[in-house]
Ligand binder design. Structure first.
Ligand code: GLC
Length: 711
């Protein structure tokens, strides 16, 4: 009999339920509720896993309680939100998505896994795979943006990065694909609100990233807080047991979100903790995170016949199996002992800087004000985000520390030692006091250029941080207007967890860069771009709205019976603003200038199972070496259901020296032209398809060919 069978045969019901019980430690707070002493619960086998507990010594201390003092010595599973770095903090995921670079996404996850496992952590509650098309929702910052194809690429890269090749290795971190599913579609962008999406949208947009994560071998999945069409995900048996486990074959562990099992009572689908525990367990949720419902409710649920011991054993077995695959039985102290802190720190910081500068998106750039000329001798650095090193870490900074983060001020000073940099905040990020504006304006007097650092506090995005107004918080606009009124060259840096609706600012600034929250190396990354040491390559993973009234806004729209057409009254438009975004999905300027030509699809017709080679020449029409990003979209012109006007099927990056030309190619399979037919089964229908290539989803910049799929 194997180890797990023996344990299952030996465990009391309390010990079995203990393996399904995850308790929050006291090192970090990531949800509501009380935090108690965990030691006794570990000794008695009532606690099988902890979250928010890290540090080699701290982890080994609680691990010893479980392994050496409990009756059966089952090791603990320790989980933490290692979302974009552990001690070395990388750009927030939305910023990292601007790279469109799965290789770097995997590298940062690998680096985070090295650091987190050094601190004894064995599982991360990441990657967050929530496709989001509504920037009112604060958690857009944590995810891959608006596109399901990008989210699927992110899912694979992050899962592989965290978990490595061998889950039992000392530096392997079990991944948790979250939040399953469609959490990004909360009503009105309001946090935790209900979600209503069509079955089609669910299967075309929100499920594919989780398919990718399962295909990549994710160890765990976390259901979302929300109810999907009235069915709370924590008790959604059709999607958890039906689609995820049976249709997809997921055999890993389902970990509830924080207190979510108990919140089934708030959803109004459970009368008490007993019913809540039974619903979640029968839906396939193995671990109850912090609600204590499994401990309080499952024994009574057994008595009432709401669950069976066999159902409990199935979940216990999955949890023990994960612990076994992580090597915790073989060596519970492996993580936190492998090698000392500090090894490869410098490499990880350099990686954070590299990813940071690649995450920056040059949104507007007038009059070639950038890069800053090397002879620049006086800069006014103004705004509440200029010296805000803590904000650069973003809302989920794990073990990251503000004192380790490089502010924009520090980065610029390091990059331009010969330059006088006068700094003033002018206003607070969200405050109402405007007293400091005049002093800030005065400080700009002798400056050759003003760098204006505006945006959000890190806590204004992330969980429980939706915003109904996507403008600048506080009195930042007054500060900006006063600076613009000086008539000096102004470069605006926007630090935020979401796109902000600022048409007036894009109108007045000479250049605007989306610098998001770039992590520990933020200041150096920003300076690398402003000085031209790095030619910006970031591209938007979302459609940037002009006004909040446009959201949800995304490029993958269906045409409607009256497609959007500027100037056409009876078209899908608004009276007061263009229906198009401020900046299209994929938008991002460069110091180079790229043009596309000689676009070909060969052959121009294909049968099922064949390939079409799509190719295009990219010309760098500038004197500056740079990197172009190209997007391949398809549009099924006539099908059995209305198809989106653009669907992303591939991305290519091409580095070109000044005046150089290069050719980008894709092998488009006819499988890429399949879709979910009227009854949601995958179909491939003959007919004509537009194939588009462009530097963004902006229709004005797309080259188009039509191919024929023949029977
Ligand atoms: C939070 C988040 C989830 C996180 C968990 C543990 O409420 O919803 O993403 O992993 O609790 O911190």
């Amino acid at each position: 009999m194997g180890r797990i069978d023996t344990l299952l045969a030996t465990m009391t019901i309390e010990e079995k339920i203990g393996q399904l019980n995850m308790v929050a430690s006291t090192l970090a707070i990531t949800g509501p509720g009380q935090l108690g002493d965990v030691r006794e619960g570990i000794r008695t086998g009532r606690i099988g896993s902890l979250l928010n507990h890290w540090g080699a010594d701290e982890v080994h201390a609680v691990q010893r309680l479980a392994v050496e003092e409990s009756r059966l010595g089952v090791p603990l599973l320790l989980g933490l939100d290692v979302i974009h770095g552990h001690r070395t903090i990388f750009p927030v995921p939305l910023a990292e998505a601007c790279l469109f670079a799965p290789d770097l996404w995997e590298k940062t996850a690998r680096a985070a896994a090295e650091e987190a496992t050094q601190d004894g952590v064995a599982l991360t509650f990441a990657p967050m795979l929530d496709v989001a098309r509504d920037p009112r929702w604060g958690r857009i910052v944590e995810g891959p943006g608006e596109d399901s194809w990008v989210a699927s690429q992110m899912a694979s890269a992050k899962t592989l990065g965290f978990q490595g090749q061998d889950l039992a290795a000392a530096d392997s971190l079990a991944a948790t694909a979250k939040h399953f599913c469609a959490y990004g579609a909360v009503t009105a962008g309001r946090e935790y609100a209900s979600v209503d999406v069509s079955e089609r949208t669910l299967r075309e947009v929100y499920l594919p990233p989780f398919s990718a994560a399962v295909a990549a071998g994710t160890a765990a999945v976390m259901p979302a807080f929300i109810d999907l069409a009235g069915a709370p995900m924590t008790a959604n048996a059709p999607l958890l047991q039906g689609w995820l486990r049976r249709e997809l074959g997921f055999e890993g562990v389902l970990i509830s979100d924080y207190n979510a099992v108990a919140e089934l009572m708030n959803h109004g689908v459970a009368a008490d903790a007993v019913e809540a525990a039974a619903l979640a367990l029968k839906a396939g949720v193995d671990i109850d995170m912090t609600s204590d419902c499994y401990v309080r409710g499952l024994p009574e649920a057994l008595k009432r016949g709401l669950v069976t011991m066999a159902e409990i054993d199935v979940s216990v077995r999955r949890v023990l199996d994960l612990k076994d695959r992580l090597g915790l039985f073989d060596d519970p102290y492996r993580r936190g002992s492998a090698w000392p802190h500090g090894v490869r720190d410098a490499e990880r910081r350099e990686l954070a800087r590299e990813v940071g500068r690649r995450a920056i998106v040059l949104l507007t750039h007038r009059a070639a004000i950038l890069p800053l000329p090397p002879e620049t001798r006086r800069i006014a650095l103004i705004g509440p985000l200029a010296a805000a090193s803590r904000e650069m870490l973003g809302p989920w900074a794990s073990a990251g520390r503000a004192q380790d983060a490089v502010s924009i001020l520090e980065g610029l000073k390091a990059a331009l030692p010969q330059c006088r940099i006068d700094h003033a905040t002018g206003v607070d990020i969200g405050g109402q006091d405007t007293e400091g504006i005049s002093a800030a304006v005065d400080l700009c007097g002798g400056a050759e250029v003003v760098v204006l650092c505006l945006g959000e506090a890190a806590a204004m995005s992330g969980e429980a941080s939706s915003r109904a107004d996507l403008g600048l918080p506080g009195r930042q606009r007054e500060l900006a207007d006063a600076i613009f009124d000086l008539g000096k060259p102004v470069v605006v840096l926007l630090s935020s967890g979401r796109p902000l609706t600022l048409p007036w600012l894009f109108e007045r600034a000479d250049a605007v860069l989306a610098t998001w929250f770039l992590g520990g190396e933020a200041g150096h990354a920003v300076a690398d771009v402003l000085t031209g040491r790095f030619n910006p390559t970031g591209r938007l993973p979302l459609s940037w709205p002009r006004l909040v009234g446009q959201v949800p806004i995304f490029y993958r729209q269906r045409p409607t019976g009256r497609p959007t057409k500027a100037g056409e009254h009876y078209s899908s438009s608004y009276l007061d603003v263009p229906a198009t975004p401020q900046f299209a999905f994929g938008h991002g300027l460069s110091y180079s200038r790229f043009t596309l030509l000689d676009f070909k699809c060969d052959p121009s017709s294909a049968k099922a199972g064949e390939f079409v080679e799509v190719s295009v020449t990219v010309a760098n029409d500038s004197e500056v070496d740079g990197e172009a990003t190209l997007f391949l979209f398809v549009h099924d012109l006539v099908a059995s259901v209305a198809r989106p006007v653009l669907e992303l099927k591939g991305v290519r990056k091409i580095v070109l020296k000044a005046r150089e030309r290069g050719r980008a190619t894709w092998g488009l399979s006819t499988g890429d032209l399949s879709f979910l037919g009227p009854n949601l089964n995958r179909v491939l229908e003959p007919g004509r398809f537009e194939i588009h290539v462009g530097q963004s989803a902006d229709p004005a910049g797309l080259l188009t060919e039509v191919i024929e799929l023949t029977p």
